[in-house]
Design a protein around this ligand. Structure first.
Ligand SMILES: [Zn+2]
Length: 238
């Protein structure tokens, strides 16, 4: 679902490396959509937030859904079939896909009945994180709208017992002020690779802090973590 939290995986300190571009056929207009596989990367210099949102130049996000720039329709990037033509695309012809916006995710959540269940948790996480962008940029204390609350309640039901899901559940409980439940989610052991996140969430729960928080900015490994307080200086990735 998301490997955002795998901060210290084997690949976490390797150079950014992409595989050979693959060209897929848009399910709507059959035009080419270029997918560039990420082989390795690292989170050095990146920022990780308590809702799992990671922004790191050296670890570009691997999105599941995107928008075809030729016909402007939304496609499931992982389900696309290979384009019949794999070579000869002119270098100056941009076949990359466009990332979805908060409005896109909002609309998709209104049509969940038409979307495979596999994507539901992903869509709800993306809606949550995109909605939180205003908090990252302006003020982490901006209250949730009713729609955001409902989204989080629905997301809780979709999350399993994997580490990544348990961290998201912890964060949802925490952001809703349910600190005892948040603490319970944190009580069982986690994989050592997410220990930095667990330590920070435990601290926030202990402080009864319910606001979106930065887990780290800059160097994520070992002693050099700086739990950055400069949320107000952050201006997003757009
Ligand atoms: Zn298309």
């Amino acid at each position: 679902m998301t490997n955002t939290w795998q901060l210290e995986s084997d690949k976490a300190h390797t150079d950014l490396e992409f595989g050979t571009s693959e060209y897929k056929a848009c399910t709507h207009c059959q035009s080419a959509i270029e997918i560039v596989p990420l082989l390795s990367g690292n989170t050095l210099g990146g920022q990780l937030w308590s809702d799992g949102f990671l922004v790191a130049d050296q670890m570009p996000e691997q999105e599941l859904l995107g928008r075809c720039r030729h016909c402007n329709e939304i496609v499931c990037l992982t389900d696309l079939q290979p384009h019949p033509q794999q070579e000869g695309f002119a270098d100056n012809n941009d076949n990359s896909y466009l990332s979805l916006t908060l409005t896109d995710y909002e609309k998709l959540l209104q049509q969940l009945g038409d979307i495979a269940e596999y994507y539901h948790a992903y869509l709800r996480i993306k809606f949550w994180q995109r909605s939180n962008d205003q908090r990252r940029q302006l003020d982490t204390r901006i209250p949730f709208t009713e729609q955001e609350q409902q989204n989080l309640q629905a997301l809780l039901l979709l999350l399993d017992s994997e580490d990544a899901s348990r961290l998201l559940k912890t964060e949802i409980y925490r952001q809703q002020g349910e600190f005892e439940r948040a603490q319970r989610e944190l009580s069982d052991p986690f994989d050592h690779r997410v220990s930095e996140v667990v330590v920070r969430l435990k601290q926030l729960v202990r402080e009864k802090n319910r606001h979106l928080a930065m887990i780290f900015c800059g160097e994520p490994a070992g002693d050099s973590i700086s739990a950055c307080k400069a949320a107000s200086n952050y201006r997003g990735t757009d």
